[in-house]
Design a protein around this ligand. Structure first.
Ligand code: NAD
Ligand code: DAU
Length: 339
């Protein structure tokens, strides 16, 4: 089996590649990544010489070279993680989100059609459902929840999802979509809540909590997401959407306090800053469908996953220190100074 994984130098894509190479030593894994600010080749360094692994530095919007890659690699399955993924950046400048997340998805699916109706999986997000009110803990996102997006990021992901469904219905492309809640774990870029708070804590820097810190996210350890996608590409029903989440809702402030306390720092580091524009209040996934149909269940409890994650950042400074001393600092200054 030849599996093309796009966005494999990013957080979830790299974890997925490690999962595949370990579990299926007979598979060939082909990683396609443009290496944007969020892509990091050092993450993939340990597998670069693996004969079952190949890396292409390539933009998924680059039709000509994507087609060439398909001609060389003959993929059986394409799993598309490649995306601009950070909500705050999409608020600063939506355009690249539309380009990569929507146009890139269509180029990949056109290639799948052209080279033999290849199996295509789209890695989507629970953010396409918008948000839930904080005072209705009985409500959850199901696969039937209407799409109702808030940010340019989530709108671009929703646009891609609609295209995937259109390619399935109109062209009979064998597609599936997964919509997962917030992931955490090793190799997550430091702009996202959990690594940002761990790294700032370690550097005794202020911990910028948006608004009152009462927004709720539904956290899932990245390996559990990878296992869900593995199940979907092998056993999922063509044309279907699967929600993925572990019923692990927490407020942002509780997460930040937990990190502060685990690292033995002072809660005085917590700084409340101006809220994100259009900030979604609560995400909460109902994973009944994937549990009942594919037998998926989250395996890592949050208390274990967060410890593993904190330990990983403590033991892998050589991974994140070059990031926070480079271009990322300009981003950080722009987003957080005088906020
Ligand atoms: P990430 O930002 O860490 O990684 C994205 C990767 O895509 C990077 O390696 C980047 O270089 C690459 N990329 C960006 N534009 C590209 C292009 N035009 N061509 C080729 N490669 C390109 O993102 P992530 O957090 O790993 O998310 C991966 C996917 O999962 C995204 O589609 C995201 O929407 C989705 N998702 C993320 C989460 C989460 O909590 N992080 C939850 C649910 C779904
Ligand atoms: O739900 C899935 C989504 O989760 C994915 O589709 C996105 O790609 C991924 O980035 C993530 O989106 P969020 O916006 O939920 O994640 P983020 O880590 O940016 O923020 C989590 C919460 O923490 C959110 O309520 C905003 C808040 N926050 C974030 C940052 C970066 C802060 O309070 N301070 C911060 O500095």
């Amino acid at each position: 089996m030849n599996i093309v994984v796009t966005g494999g130098a990013g957080f979830i894509g790299s974890n997925f590649i490690f999962h595949l190479l370990k579990k299926y030593p007979e598979y060939r894994v082909i990683c396609v990544d443009k290496l944007t600010y969020a892509g990091n080749l050092s993450t993939l360094a340990p597998i670069m010489n693996n004969p079952n692994f190949k890396f292409y530095k390539l933009d998924i919007c680059d039709r000509e070279n994507i087609y060439k890659m398909f001609e060389e690699e003959h993929p059986d399955v394409v799993v598309n993680f490649a995306a601009e993924s950070h909500v705050d950046r999409s608020i600063e400048d939506p355009s690249i989100f539309l380009q990569t997340n929507i146009i890139g998805t269509s180029v990949l699916m056109d290639a799948c059609r052209k080279y033999g109706n290849i199996r295509y999986h789209q890695v989507s997000t629970d953010e396409v459902y918008g948000d839930l009110p904080l005072d209705r803990p009985d409500l959850f996102f199901t696969e039937e929840t209407p799409i109702h997006t808030s940010s340019p990021y989530s709108s671009s992901k929703a646009g891609a999802d609609l295209l995937v469904q259109a390619y399935h219905r109109t062209f009979n492309l064998p597609t599936t979509i997964s919509r997962c809640s917030n992931n955490y774990g090793p190799y997550q870029f430091p702009e996202k809540l959990i690594p940002l708070m761990i790294i700032n804590c370690l550097n005794n820097k202020p911990l910028p909590v948006y608004g009152k810190g009462l927004n709720v996210r539904d956290w899932l350890y990245v390996e559990d997401h990878c296992k869900a996608i593995d199940l979907i590409i092998h056993k999922g029903k063509i044309g279907e959407i699967y929600n993925v989440g572990g019923h692990n809702e927490m407020t942002n402030i509780d997460i930040v306090k937990l990190i502060v306390n685990k690292l033995g720092k002072s809660e005085d580091l917590i700084t409340y800053v101006t809220d994100r524009k259009g900030h979604d209040l609560r995400y909460a996934i109902d994973p009944t469908k994937i549990s009942n149909e594919l037998g998926w269940l989250p395996e890592t409890k949050f208390k274990d996953g967060i410890e593993k994650t904190i330990d990983w950042y403590l033991n892998n400074k050589d991974w994140w220190e070059p990031i926070i001393s480079g271009e990322y600092m300009n981003y950080y200054e722009k987003m957080y100074s005088n906020r």
